[in-house]
Design a protein around this ligand. Sequence first.
Ligand SMILES: Nc1ncnc2c1ncn2[C@@H]1O[C@H](COP(=O)(O)OP(=O)(O)O)[C@@H](O)[C@H]1O
Ligand SMILES: [Mg+2]
Length: 259
Amino acid sequence: MTETTENTQLDDEAAKSIASLHFDIVREGHALRNLSKRQVSRVQFGGGKYVVKSYRINPFRRIFNCMPFNTDYANLLGGLTPPLRANFAYRFNCQVTIVDDAGEMDLFHLFAHFPLPSNFIDIYSNAGKLLAKIHAKNIFHADTKPPNFVINSNLPSMPPILIIDCDKIRKYHAIPMEKKLFNLAQFIACSPSKIDSNLQLYPNAMKAFFDGYAQEGKLTRGALDNMVGDAVACALGNRKIEVRMPPAMKKGLSASMMK
Ligand SMILES: Nc1ncnc2c1ncn2[C@@H]1O[C@H](COP(=O)(O)OP(=O)(O)O)[C@@H](O)[C@H]1O
Ligand SMILES: [Mg+2]
């Protein structure tokens, strides 16, 4: 497998062969996901390991060029997500994307393993840093739950934790606070609460995640506590996230509204 972090494209023939292996895997019932609208599988080809995602799309969408996902992510998140190797129309109603396979373990399934790897704190801390880096790029990733943070064991030139499932990301001029809180809430809400053997250690992992987020984002302890408080409330109570403003800003706002 190529070790470059750049999005070097597979040639057409290799990409088609990988897609066809993917559909064989789906037919044989060995896919990672097999939903009516999308399928995901791991494919090995020519010494490389890939994850292939196929989407059923309405051919009209193609005609009007309105695709159900965003493939710009590879550029926007360059270096933080496994490289995109191919993205192409397949048969009359499918779109296929091929990315490098970063490895089989993610932050959700990690907690099903007993004993936990001794570096689990580092893993969660790096995941928090990764989310802060995404936010620093003013990018909102619509699905930042733990299974979408993959532990990188295949791509030596890339960071230890990578974000996947980037079909729905949005670039902002300045990412709003409520979007950051939404991402934190997603991470909290999808905690592995039913995995009992390691559960007593989960709070330590979450703390490492938040500390990593604060460290990378240069947040003060108070700012982090406020964000985590809001995100937890949102994750638990399903309440709409309200954005806290520093009192000085509130004052400034009401003063400008009086004018
Ligand atoms: N680049 C990748 N490297 C390693 N595993 C991946 C990668 N992409 C996807 N996966 C695995 O496939 C699963 C489904 O892929 P994902 O893109 O998250 O699709 P979904 O939209 O169904 O959640 C992930 O939970 C992960 O286990
Ligand atoms: Mg996913």
